[in-house]
Design a protein around this ligand. Sequence first.
Ligand code: AMP
Length: 468
Amino acid sequence: MIKFLNTLSGQKEEFIPIKNKKVGIFVCGPTVYDWPHIGHARTYVIFDVIVKYLRYKGYKVKFVMNITDIDDKIIDRAKEEKKTWKEVAEFYEKDFMKDIAELGINSVDKFARATEHTEQIIKQIKVLIEKGYAYQTEDGIYFDISKFDDYGKLSKRTVEQAEDAVSRIDESINKRNKGDFVLWRLSKEGEPAWDFETGITNSAGRPGWHIEDTAISEKYLGQQYEIHGGGQDLIFPHHEAEIAQAEAASGEKPFVKYWLHSGFLTINGQKMSKSLKNFITIKDILKGYLPEAVRFMILSTHYRSPIDYKEDLIKQSEAGIQRVLELVNKLELIKKSGPEEKKVEIDEIIKNVQMEFNAKMDDDFNTPEAVAALFNFIRIVNSFIDNQNLDRKSAEKAIGVLKEIDEVFGILPKKESGIPEKIFELVQNREKLRKEKAWLEADKVRDEVKSLGYSIEDTPYGPLVKKS
Ligand code: AMP
């Protein structure tokens, strides 16, 4: 039984999909106007792992993510860069896709751009106007929060606070209530605009930020679905507004059954963000560390707690993933050339790590404790290996369970990013020379391997290569 904290109720709840084992999940995607940083990576890695875990448990998950490709920030960036808004959005979207692919975030079924869903957006706004929830002003169409009794049920508030995403707050003197938010913003001269046939003059405009998500999710996941995720900063006003729009338009409650929010990645205690200019881009961190180390760093903290980033953290994470890799490499050697005779019983130990992994993940996706269970398993298997007690079949089973867990975590370095093929070739060559008793040449190859930053450990089962 999976349980996790639902922001809507503030309680840990048992996860029961609306229908059978089908799960619809929507996670707010990026606004594509700048390079993504490791704060973004935190949120997207967490939801990648949650989706992979649900799939591992047999749920049929449909994972949708929007791309905000029209927004004031994009328009401003286009002015700065002397480009069109479309050029800016396309450029940074491509960059985002590349970064998340490198980080192994590959569980999303559908990326949906706002500008490709203006038809659905307009349709939803029209329903809100017809039902009396939306009104027109000189500068746009707004949602009247006083008409929606449940406004505030997610965040337990209805007014903005100083720390909210200020740039998103819809300021207008024409609003009925201070907290009303924009659904459709009329474009100024020279700004991108889509036609909106509401009967008002000069209705060419663009969607507000919140409506794109509900229009897109209605198209791909229906009027009601299971999980909506995002970082904590999105609870208010963004997710609160989504609930108001969707429930007012469809009349169905709840719009989303479970709301999941990830904590911030901070630096010196402050949220990593573009506006504070305290960010490290994904691209920059990947220059020095493996993508799996970034994932490991993120998974080592519970998804709701803050991670205060320090270089030491990523260094420790890199060491952690190298330990997993080292064990898998040793096990591969034993699988090929280890003893046939069974001396230890590994089945029980494998069952234990699987049980622990499931128990920890079932309990509010407790990745740090699931990681601890994995490392306990690694310690036990290493002690078998050190005592030369592990046989071929057991090694194969151990590899199996490590790979099974890694389907969810994605922390095991891919061979090509771990140890380059050239190093393996040199090691094979050294083995050949050793068999021919050409000791001097074999030592020279070992030195060459060392000069390239790797070491060779000769184990009873053959040579083991490590990053030195
Ligand atoms: P944005 O592009 O700012 O709208 O952010 C996209 C997603 O990344 C949202 O779900 C944010 O909550 C999340 N996010 C942005 N900065 C951070 C951070 N420092 N830590 C964790 N998540 C973040």
